[in-house]
Design a protein around this ligand. Structure first.
Ligand code: UDP
Ligand code: UDP
Length: 406
C-alpha cells in the first residue's frame, strides 16, 4: 500500500488503485477487498483495477471480467502490456511465477499509467508474497518456531527468482504507507502481533468472503474458465447429500496432479467409504486442460469428480460438506476457516507447509507430515490405504460430527 495514509480522509474522492500480480491465489483476494471497499460509506470512493495483459490462465481473465461487469459503473480498468523477459534468466519453469517476475520487471510502465489518473491516485494497493531453512528458524513472535523443512524451497536457493525478489524488494517495504496482510486474528494472532507497532503499520484485513460476481454463469452461458455450456455446477449433486457427509478434495488453481497421485487419491476416497466431491487438475494452466465430456463425472452413488473450475468458496459453505482435503493454499485455508470446515492438509508446493502448520496450530485441521510434496513425491507415493485412514480421521472428528448432526 503506497501513498500518504494521512491524506486519505481529506481528499473529496478517494481514488484507490489495485494491482494484483499473477495466479488465482494472488488475484482472488483483490476483487474481494475491492468489494468491501466499495461497500463502505466512510468516504466517496473511486476504484481503478490495473492488470497485466494477457493473463496466464483463463480463470484469471474470467474473474477479472466478472468483477468488472459487476462493478462497471464504479471501477475503471486499465491494462498494461508487460515486457517479455528471457525465460532462461529466470530460475523457474512455472508460468505463473515467470509472469510474477515479468510484472515486477515492468513496474516502470506503471508510472505513466498512474499519472493519467483523475483524480490522482490516493493509494496503490499491490500484492507481494509474504516470506516466511537442521531444522528451526527462529523468528521473533513465531511460536513454535518454523522448521527449516517447511520453508518454501526456492527461498533457500541463492539466486532463485524468488529469493531475488525478496532480497531486492524487501528493503522497500519500509517506504510504504502501510501493509495489508491477508489474515485474521483467529487464524494466526502471533505473526501480525509480532510485527505490529512498527513502521510501516500493518493491518490484518482477512478473511474475505466470496462475492456475487465470482459466481459462474448459469447453465448454457459457459465462460472462459472451463465452464461447459449446459453443465450444472456441483451444487445439484451436493443438494442431494446428507449434512456434513461429503469430503471436498481440491488442490487449488494451479497444482497439476500426476495420474498416479489422482489414482491413489481416488483409491483412498473409495476405501474411506465417505461421499466425496473431488476437483482434479492435470495441467498447471487451465487453457491446456482437455475439456468436454469428462468434465463432470458422477461416481455411482458416492462421488462427483469435477475437471474444471469449481466455485470453491460456495462449495465449502454447503451444508453437505463435512471436511476438506486440500493442498493448504492460503486462500483455501482461509475459506475453510470462514465456513468452519475442518481441513486435512497435504501441502504440495511453495509456502504450503507453513500454511499447513498455521492451520494445525489454530486447530482448523490435521497434517500428515510424512506425506511428501510434489518435488519429492516420486520418492514415495502415498498409497490409497494411508489416504483412507486420514480421511476417516478427518471426518470422524467431533467438529465434522457436529456438522452432520446440524
Ligand atoms: N479455486 C476455485 N475453484 C477451483 C480452484 C481454485 O474457486 O477450481 C479458488 C479457491 O477457492 C481459492 C483460489 O482459487 O480462492 C486458490 O488459492 P489458494 O491460495 O488456495 O491456492 P493456489 O491456487 O494459489 O495454489
Ligand atoms: N515458488 C515456486 N516456484 C517458483 C517460484 C516460487 O514453487 O517458480 C514458491 C515460492 O517458494 C513461494 C511460493 O511459491 O514461497 C509462493 O507462495 P504464495 O503464497 O505466494 O503463492 P501460492 O502458490 O500459495 O499462491
Amino acid at each position: 500500500m503506497a501513498a500518504d495514509s494521512g491524506s486519505l480522509l481529506q481528499t473529496p474522492e478517494t481514488h484507490v488503485v489495485l494491482l494484483p500480480s499473477s495466479q488465482m491465489g494472488h488475484l482472488t483476494p483483490m476483487p474481494r477487498l475491492a468489494a468491501l471497499l466499495l461497500a463502505q460509506n466512510y468516504c466517496p470512493l473511486r476504484l481503478t483495477l490495473i492488470t497485466a495483459h494477457p493473463t496466464v490462465s483463463l480463470a484469471e481473465s474470467a474473474l477479472i471480467s466478472r468483477f468488472l461487469s459487476a462493478y462497471h459503473d464504479r471501477v475503471t480498468h486499465l491494462q498494461f502490456h508487460p515486457f517479455s523477459i528471457d525465460p532462461s534468466t529466470v530460475n523457474s519453469t512455472d508460468p505463473f511465477w515467470i509472469q510474477f517476475e515479468v510484472i515486477r520487471c515492468s513496474a516502470h510502465l506503471l508510472t505513466p499509467l498512474l499519472s493519467t489518473l483523475s483524480p490522482p491516485a490516493s493509494a496503490l494497493i499491490y500484492d507481494i508474497t509474504q516470506l516466511n531453512d537442521d531444522d528451526v528458524l527462529p523468528i521473533p513472535g513465531i511460536n513454535p518456531p518454523l522448521r527449516k523443512s517447511t520453508i518454501p524451497p526456492l527461498l533457500c536457493v541463492p539466486n532463485s527468482l524468488f529469493s531475488n525478489i525478496f532480497i531486492e524488494d524487501g528493503p522497500n517495504l519500509q517506504k510504504l504507507a502501510g501493509v495489508l496482510i491477508f489474515t485474521f486474528e483467529a487464524l494466526e494472532a502471533e505473526g501480525p502481533e509480532a510485527i505490529s507497532g512498527g513502521s510501516p503499520p500493518v493491518f490484518s484485513v482477512g478473511p474475505f468472503v466470496p462475492c456475487e460476481f465470482e459466481k459462474l454463469p448459469a447453465h448454457g452461458d459457459g465462460d472462459q474458465c472451463g465452464g461447459d455450456p449446459g453443465q450444472p455446477q456441483p451444487f445439484e449433486w451436493l443438494n442431494e447429500q446428507p449434512d456434513g457427509s461429503v469430503v471436498y478434495v481440491a488442490f487449488g488453481s494451479k497444482t497439476a496432479l500426476s495420474s498416479e497421485h489422482i489414482r491413489e487419491v481416488g483409491d483412498g476416497l473409495e476405501k474411506s467409504r465417505f461421499r466425496f466431491l473431488c476437483v482434479v487438475k492435470e495441467k498447471m494452466v487451465d487453457s491446456e486442460e482437455e475439456g468436454g465430456e469428462g468434465n463432470l463425472v458422477r461416481i455411482e452413488g458416492r462421488g462427483l469428480v469435477v475437471r474444471r473450475w469449481a466455485e470453491q468458496g460456495e462449495i465449502l459453505g454447503h451444508r453437505a460438506v463435512g471436511g476438506f482435503l486440500s493442498h493448504s493454499g492460503w486462500n483455501s485455508v482461509v475459506e475453510a476457516a470462514w465456513h468452519g470446515v475442518r481441513d486435512l492438509a497435504w501441502p504440495q508446493n511453495g509456502d504450503q507447509k507453513v500454511v499447513a502448520e498455521v492451520a494445525e496450530i489454530c486447530g482448523l485441521g490435521i497434517w500428515e507430515k510424512s506425506w511428501l510434496w510434489s518435488g519429492d513425491r516420486e520418492k514415495k507415493l502415498v498409497k490409497g490405504d494411508e489416504i483412507a485412514v486420514k480421511i476417516k480421521e478427518l471426518m470422524d472428528s467431533d467438529s465434522c460430527e457436529d456438522r452432520r448432526s446440524g
